[in-house]
Design a protein. Structure first.
Length: 369
């Protein structure tokens, strides 16, 4: 809330709670397994404050440390975080201008109507509240009687509440099952939303998630698995390419990332829980009061560790993110599977449906703040 002086012008509790543990620095074993009980508050603070989006080495370190937080969960164990990467999506040599042209032609005509829709909602929600008892501002006739007692606090001031004090994180599932029409729908939706939010001055980031290579030594993995007596929940590396950072504009180079995504070869597995947590930490580091996260996905986590621990971890992660004040919604891309993990959810069959249910939810989440 900013002041303007008119006179002058459930499920059971879990161990994955997103709060910094007070402990010593984390240490890795020879397997790369991390004991997060030894992570310092400074380490967690560094993760939470990683929001500058300058894409240097600290970014990769942030995702590595954040992913490591799940290792202490007895139901979810990461073999190693070596190889986890977060970076702007690299546009490949196969990129052609027609890819961006097709995206723009498909989406740009929708942006102006979406912009006007959101602006009307924000304008209707923005309120002016007056407070009395000031020594400057606009004269408040109801308080003039105070002058008889020598009290000169006879002015009032206006306080303008705006709904724009919010940051939006768009998280796009870039796994193999999203191939074909789904990744096109997700990309077009993310591009349309990012364009609309930029026009009305709301900070937005678009980040994807998939997996890279298995960086673990196979013989060591087998030995450690046998010693542990159970399988690790994740052995693949995380890859989280950024399409647009919070402090980036939708320049031609940034737009190329959106256009390239459906044509790239990055679609692999999906470790939703860890990746959504990474996105949440980036969002929580923003200064804006309101925090909104929209996850565009077609289904459940799917990686080498087996579905049960991955799904359970995603559910707990979403619960914890909501508990700490982030407004989360799952957007099912041509799929209803999101209802299993996200309390607030809807299904999007085509980008043509964007002005309907999705914008209704986004309006509600933004003005709620």
């Amino acid at each position: 809330m900013t002041a303007a002086d008119e006179g002058e012008g459930e499920e059971e509790e879990d161990s994955d709670v997103l709060v910094p543990p007070e402990a010593d620095p984390a240490k890795k074993s020879s397997t790369g397994e991390i004991d997060t009980s030894r992570m310092s508050a400074a380490s967690w603070a560094a993760i939470d404050k990683e929001t500058a989006n300058d894409f240097d080495s600290s970014v990769s370190a942030a995702i590595t440390n954040s992913a490591a937080t799940v290792a202490a969960d007895s139901d979810y164990l990461v073999f190693t975080t070596d190889g986890d990467i977060i970076e702007p999506l690299r546009v490949g040599s196969g990129y052609a201008d027609r890819m961006l042209t097709e995206l723009v032609e498909k989406v740009d005509h929708m942006v102006s109507p979406l912009q006007k829709d959101l602006e009307r909602a924000i304008s209707a929600r923005s309120l002016s509240v007056y407070s009395a008892g000031h020594r400057s501002g606009r004269l408040h006739s109801a308080n003039l009687s105070r002058l008889a007692t020598g009290d000169d606090r006879v002015f009032r001031r206006r306080h303008d509440a705006t709904s724009k004090d919010v940051a939006v994180m768009l998280v796009v599932d870039a796994s193999g099952s999203m191939g074909g029409s789904k990744i096109h729908t997700a990309t077009q939706t993310a591009y349309a939303l990012a364009s609309t939010l930029e026009r009305i001055g709301i900070k937005c980031e678009v980040i994807c998630f998939t997996t890279g290579a298995v960086t673990a030594d196979r013989s060591l993995l087998q030995a450690e698995t046998a010693k542990l007596g159970r399988s690790y929940s994740r052995i693949e590396s995380l890859y989280m390419p950024i399409l647009k950072g919070f402090d980036e504009r939708l320049t031609s180079e940034v737009k190329k990332r959106f256009a390239w995504l459906p044509n790239s070869s990055i679609l692999a597995s999906n470790v939703d829980g860890e990746c959504v947590e990474v996105a949440a930490r980036r969002l929580l580091g923003r200064r804006e009061t309101g925090k909104v996260m929209m996850v565009l996905s077609d289904g459940a986590p799917a990686a080498s560790g087996g579905s049960r621990p991955l799904e359970a971890h995603l559910k707990r992660t979403i619960q914890n993110i909501i508990k700490i004040g982030v407004n989360v919604i799952g957007i099912g891309i041509e799929s209803e599977a999101v209802q299993k993990f996200y309390p607030k959810h809807l299904v999007l069959r085509s980008v043509s449906e964007l002005p309907g249910a999705v914008m209704k939810e986004l309006r509600g989440l933004i003005v709620k703040n």
